[in-house]
Ligand binder design. Structure first.
Ligand code: G3H
Ligand code: ZN
Length: 284
């Protein structure tokens, strides 16, 4: 069933696991993630960046596809369709109007005052529609689509408290050293700040840049209140590796399903592994 993130994340926080957000790009990605979640009896969040939504033909195409797949595939676990790194109130509103059940407003590059103002406006509109809201503070490193960070800035626990209390968001992504795309060396996550933030706000925390974080740091993040972990690059790597293998091994094929199918299978396996690592199996 299509739901917001609110209940699934509060349950995850209470029971000590994390729900995966896996970003989608097309039909195969969506099929793979839905199948993996259903097999693992796990809730799942389909992350849609503005770039990916554009690529797929718009927010309405995304919701129509997801709703049809949930029905045709007999998906019974809770599913959220979530705008990833929404860049403005207008984009969040458009996603909500198209049927998204959750949005992230990423106003982290503005001043705290401006971030609060924009986030609050999104929360007001989202609440009227039963849609959950994620906000961000600090700067996640690396690059995802249009989002490029020059440097990593750790979120300030006091500012986190202010953002939460003055906006009414459902979950918070405090950037604490994580990076979009592959890490250069070991990630250096700010666990001390994570602990302080958890104590101050008591809301489910979100960890962006889930690709390449070692399992012990994943587990530690979960124990410190992280209830949602975003993974994108790892599925892209899995898909592309297999597609490339097939194309090199069989240079004469021309039916795209010959590599799209195995790519889809690779994503499914990757997602199953992540769901297990996050402790979300059998939590639907
Ligand atoms: O918003 C999406 C995530 O933070 C993805 O990060 O591509 O490093 O897994 P990743
Ligand atoms: Zn992110």
């Amino acid at each position: 069933a299509l739901v917001s993130m609110k209940e699934m994340l509060n349950k995850a926080l209470a029971e000590g696991y994390a729900v995966g957000q896996f970003n989608i790009n097309n039909l195969e990605w969506t099929q793979a993630i839905l199948a993996a979640a259903n097999e693992e009896a796990s809730p799942v969040i389909l992350g849609v960046s503005e770039g990916a939504a554009r690529y797929m033909g718009g927010f309405k195409v995304v919701t129509a596809m997801v709703i049809a797949l949930i029905e045709e595939m007999n998906i019974t676990v809770p599913i959220a369709i979530h705008l990833d790194h929404g860049s403005s109130f207008e984009k969040c509103k458009a996603a909500i109007d198209a049927g998204f059940t959750s949005v992230m407003i990423d106003a982290s590059h503005y001043s705290l005052e401006e971030n609060v103002k924009i986030t609050k406006k999104v929360v007001e509109y989202a609440k009227e529609h039963g849609v959950s809201v994620e906000a961000e503070l600090g700067t996640v490193g690396g690059q995802e689509d249009d989002l490029i960070a020059e440097s990593v800035i750790y979120a300030d626990p006091k500012e986190c408290e202010e953002l939460v209390t003055s906006t009414g968001i459902d979950c918070l992504a405090p950037a604490l050293g994580s990076v979009h795309g592959p890490y250069k060396g070991e990630p250096n996550l700010g666990f001390k700040e994570m602990e302080q933030i958890r104590q101050k706000i008591g809301l489910p925390l979100v960890l962006h840049g889930g690709t390449g974080i070692p399992t012990d740091q994943i587990k530690k993040s979960i124990s410190l209140g992280t209830a949602k972990i975003n993974v994108n690059t790892e599925n892209q790597i899995s898909f592309t590796r297999i597609a490339r293998e097939v194309l090199i091994a069989e240079p004469d094929i021309y039916d795209p399903r010959k590599f799209l199918g195995p790519g889809r299978e690779a994503i499914k396996e990757t997602v199953i592994g992540k769901i297990r690592e996050f402790g979300a199996s059998n939590k639907a």
